[in-house]
Design a binder for this molecule. Sequence first.
Ligand code: ADP
Length: 462
Amino acid sequence: MGEARLTQAARPALWPAQTLPTALAIIFTLAALPSVIFVLLVLFGGLKPFFAVLGLSAFLIVACLLGLLLGRDIAAMAALLRTLRANPEATPREPALFVPGMAAIGGDAASLIRAERQNRARLTERTAADHALLERLPDPLFRLDSEGVITWRNASALNAFGAETAALLRHPELRLALAQARRSMAPVRKSLALAVPVPRELDATVIPVGDRSYVLITDRTRERSIEKMRADFVANSSHELRTPLASLIGFIETLRGPAADDPEAQARFLGIMAEQAERMQRVIADLLSLSRIEIIEHQPPEEIFYLPPLLERIVAGLEPILATSGTKIDVNVPADLPKIPADPDQLTQVFTNLLDNAIKYGKRGGRIRLYAGPARQDARFEPGGILVAVADDGPGIAREHIPRLTERFYRVDKGRSRAVGGTGLGLAIVKHVINRHRGRLVIDSVEGQGTTFTVWLPVRGA
Ligand code: ADP
């Protein structure tokens, strides 16, 4: 490389190789006809031989000098052009030119070459920048030729589709979009769904450029599933409230009509009505807390907090229901637990919900363990945080339910959840609070043996 640059930038030879033949050709062209005329003039007595030799010699000297200088300049320019033709990227030195006309032409040629070279450099730079931008685009981008054959794709296209690219490009909606875009020479956007290897919902925009087409893919899977979740959430929330409300309306009608004079039925119905009203109140309270948490989920808590007294208070508050269910609780929270950035009210909700669930869904008269410590040994959590776990010895949860437990209104057994006063929102609240604390929730369960909910919380905020 260094050697090449040296040769490219080397000073051009003063007398290039082609100088002599070019000079001879010029001398011959200049001298041939005048020499014949001089000879003819002498032969026909029009000029004395002495003057003819003198004139011819002077003429030949001038022709030789001019031929040599012009020949040298032409050879030097030809050598420069040859070098540039052989290697357009070369940067040869411009040769010094002797003949004034040639020097002017050479100067013009050199500035033309310089301008062209600058243009080419700018173009190369711009093309490289454009290419880098397309390559780093977060959305997958493909370039297809006029036959629809892929000629280039960016890194995210390779990442997102890899071996499935052929299936994507064969998709009937995409083929249709390509045909429409070619016909109209305007961008065409279509939505398409891919079923394998994972279900994906995509938007494909086909942009025709000359005889090529660019296909830009936007993955809408997450967006659509959020839209669906929101729609489901609204439907579920209204369903959760409508059921107790319908039962309240039914009882009010009964109390006004058939049971108007039946104090025994009235007392029983009022008891059920109170239960339904409380259930509605719980659902509304949980929905409100969930939305309050969601609003500030992106702002991690700033207060630095020492957890053990809070855990103690929660356990003390649960004493009455522990006593009713006959459940025992073992608490093992070391006093030297490091302080963490935390929102105490929200963490109270987390551990109350987890302990409450352990009591509600655990074994009647069983044993719950609440333990905490620094996250050192467990490889599933980053070291440098703390772990707080709630374990019960209840019936456990079947594996297929575990990933869905933190979804709103998801219950393994709806009837049981309702019977114990559940709203189906407790674990959703737990998940969002932990997200806000930049922590993690891991659920381990062995059917027939019990369930452990482990919360990892970072010691230093993110
Ligand atoms: P719920 O208000 O119904 O208790 P949660 O969101 O707190 O709602 O819990 C969701 C579901 O997870 C519960 O309905 C229950 O089926 C299951 N679950 C939660 N904790 C436990 C546990 N410790 N053992 C077994 N199942 C549990």
